[in-house]
Design a protein around this ligand. Sequence first.
Ligand code: TTP
Ligand code: MG
Length: 402
Amino acid sequence: MEKIIAHIDMDAFFASIEQVRRPWLKGKPIGVTNHPDGRSVIATASYEARAYGIKSGMPVKEALKLFPDLILVKGDANLYEKISDGIYEILIKYAPNVERFSIDEAFLDLTYKAKDYEEARTIGINIKKEIFERFSLPSTIGISYNKLVAKIASKEAKPNGLLVVRKEEADHFLKKLPVSKIPGVGKKIEEALKKKFNVETIEQLQKIELNELIKVFHTYGVFIYNAAHGIDNSEVIAEFEKEEEKSVGNSTTLDFDTDDIEIIKGVLRRLSSNVCYRLRLKNLLTERITLTIRYEDFSTFSHSKNIPKTNLDSQIYSEVLNLFFEIYNGQKVRLLGVTARHLSHIPYTLFEHHEDKNEKLASAIDKARIKMGDESVSYANSVNLRFRLANKKISGGNSSAL
Ligand code: TTP
Ligand code: MG
């Protein structure tokens, strides 16, 4: 059955809120920041300020150089979160499946709520109206047959818009857009596509074969290929379903058994990086790390540690390394695994430079490109099961056997 998905994104969210509670700022070029004294970055700018080139993530100093009359407003994260909660309360009245994607974005699965796109459009109009009546805030909605195209549609319809892209219209709609409109395609990927394939538009990207993209971007190439063709089979994950995520793990059997510490360190670094990348994709932090070692004789040991909440490569790698040296017995290693447990959702990151985050994601993807044996990225449960099947010895001390 073809789905009907809506993506809602509030317009200049923080700036619009500030313009509502300080009506004299309405229609003015404002920038919301944590430190109006110039030490921080612009979290977001009103559309009036965007006309002067002011963007999210821009250092305040740079913004003032570009447009000295910019009005700086100190942000109020608690208020924005409260309003975000209020918007969510409105959305769940319209669809049981609502996925909160960021502080001001959500996906709604309207498949069983709307019999066709016209009904979905009416629901969209009503949602926009109710949010405006309750909070005086403008929003934009994209409606399509999957999350990807719905999200691109809402971006194209901004501000205060509503755009329906039917499945049969999607190809035409996507073709004319630059590749940067694909969510997740940041500056680095954009540059690589230009350099390697001379590709700038989605229409040009559609002409590149899947295997060519995989050669350059590895698994991320599959995502880029699918996105260019409007393919996205991911589900709208309602908030109550999200809680089920218990662990994220990554393990690999090495190409050859080794006791070369440098090789082992390299593999642990990549495993940590892959786990972190997956955590970041799912907006999760971990508080417990488990390292698994299987030696050449198939004996398998695991060792865990509670750590401060994180999803950063460097922090997790250094903890994993400590765990390794605490239990390593000098034998040749056959398999290594890193698992993150005790997961929690990241509180909405405010005032963060999202472009940096994308760059971090992109560099994590780059690292993941390096092939490591029969690398398997999987959830810990399935990894555990496979380990249990092959497990021979059980370790003592404070390590726990799988
Ligand atoms: P966005 O939805 O990306 O931006 P926006 O709502 O301000 O504007 P648009 O109309 O283009 O959707 O982000 C939502 C809020 O998240 C934004 O108002 C402020 C905050 N934010 C940051 O704190 N830092 C950032 O780098 C970005 C992009 C957003
Ligand atoms: Mg927004």
